[in-house]
Write a new protein. Structure first.
Length: 58
């Protein structure tokens, strides 16, 4: 499903970029209006962790 819709959107964007962008924007905005809010967090960017200090996965 994702592959076929991706191909369709790529072809329609190639033929009609402006209307395709508008349709994509409307679909995404409609989805975001219905999406549940999540609590904002900073993740672990500001907090140190006690594991995996190496960038070489070791």
């Amino acid at each position: 499903m994702v592959g076929s819709s991706s191909i369709l959107m790529r072809m329609s964007y190639g033929l009609l970029p402006s209307p395709t962008r508008g349709i994509e924007s409307a679909v995404i905005n409609a989805h975001l209006k219905q999406a549940k809010n999540i609590t904002p967090t900073y993740g672990n960017v500001g907090n140190n962790v006690d594991y995996r200090h190496s960038i070489h996965d070791g």
